[in-house]
Design a protein around this ligand. Sequence first.
Ligand SMILES: Cc1cc2nc3c(=O)[nH]c(=O)nc-3n(C[C@H](O)[C@H](O)[C@H](O)COP(=O)(O)OP(=O)(O)OC[C@H]3O[C@@H](n4cnc5c(N)ncnc54)[C@H](O)[C@@H]3O)c2cc1C
Length: 413
Amino acid sequence: MSDGMRRISADVCVVGGGPAGLMLGLLLARAGVPVAVLEKHPDFLRDFRGDTVHPSTIRLLDRLGLAEGFLDLPHRKVGQLRLTIAGRTYQMVDFTRLPGPYRYLAFLPQWDFLDFLADEAANYPHFTLLRSTEVVDVIRDGDAVRGVRAQGPDGPVEVSAALTVGCDGRDSAVRRVLRMTPREFGAPMDVLWFRLPRRPGDGDGLMMRAGAGRLMLTIDRGDYWQIAYVIPKGGYDQVVARGLAAFRASVSELAETLADRVGQLDDWEQVKMLTVQLNRLERWHVPGALLIGDAAHAMSPIGGVGVNLAIQDAVATARLLAEPLRAGRLTEGDLERVRRRRRLPTVGTQLVQRVMQRGVLDVLTSGEQTAPLAIRLVGRLPVLQGLPARLIGLGIRPEYEAPAPAPLLDPSA
Ligand SMILES: Cc1cc2nc3c(=O)[nH]c(=O)nc-3n(C[C@H](O)[C@H](O)[C@H](O)COP(=O)(O)OP(=O)(O)OC[C@H]3O[C@@H](n4cnc5c(N)ncnc54)[C@H](O)[C@@H]3O)c2cc1C
């Protein structure tokens, strides 16, 4: 008699179809490792996610033979980041100084990128994607994790797997049920996220504006500006209490060109509050389970590097684990190798973000009206603009080497 439970087995169960989960699913399936990716939403259509794809990721896609298809997706290329402070504009980051053919950030809605990865992965017979399937617990065998329990669109689902990888983001359910607690470093800010139309003559690219204790980033998204307005941590209620008119005035003061359309913000519903976190696990695995991406280390939005770090974690995981998985001899030592490989980029990037966050806090609290010396110096010396471009665009120890693809089956054999 059927108990209504859907049962699936795979070598690897990936929890979460974000950048880390889908890239891992794609690379493992391509390497011939049976993998099931479980995503709690029916689609990838969620706004307010990291929408940047950095040169390191485009290079990786190039190596996988996917760059052409990726670059066919509608996107905006951004080559520089400029900062306007006290009415003067300084160029801070110049991606055109990077080596190689991809010398820009590509901006596109994250769902387009995730759809692209999912479509690509679906070409491999070893790939399964279960949408609308929310993982609620892990299956245990003594101390070891042997898969997950989930709630699917038609009822409960059990996936048994030699390895479960939690790619379920900074509020990871896998991490919670495994009682793994990240070390918090704190973030002094939160971000208000909204859109305004972009018009001819507005300029383009990526522009940061600071002044009178405020900081705002405008991102050129073609026909609109995606805007990140930075507020002190926990300051949302205060901003709302001051009223929408005061908020609009503040946006116009920072970006005069937007004053003619800021009136379109007539409801707080249009302004989303995103809580910033910065944390990481000291240990990324238990027997049978591993955490990567934001589940292992939530990144601050500074530098917009979270998506790329998540993808690089996935590449390292696939490369280090594909062979032991195929051979059926995965050990805890293999899982620890993933953390060891990714520790330097994670710790190094978070360190830089923590230093930068202090700078943001200074802007938010001091109301300083002149650009600090360091900013004036970088603005004047173009060679210095290549350093942050490297850190943001390529990152620390980028991962380009995916596991070898499994040989294609000969249909005539
Ligand atoms: C305000 C803000 C702005 C940011 N801007 C940028 C940026 O511009 N560029 C950038 O690179 N990064 C940015 N980031 C960071 C970036 O969004 C993350 O680092 C990145 O998305 C992490 O990828 P991930 O795959 O690890 O997790 P996520 O992208 O969080 O994906 C996790 C997935 O798991 C699914 N999931 C969750 N729980 C379950 C469950 N129980 N069962 C099944 N599925 C589940 C979710 O639906 C989701 O699809 C920003 C972050 C913040 C807070």
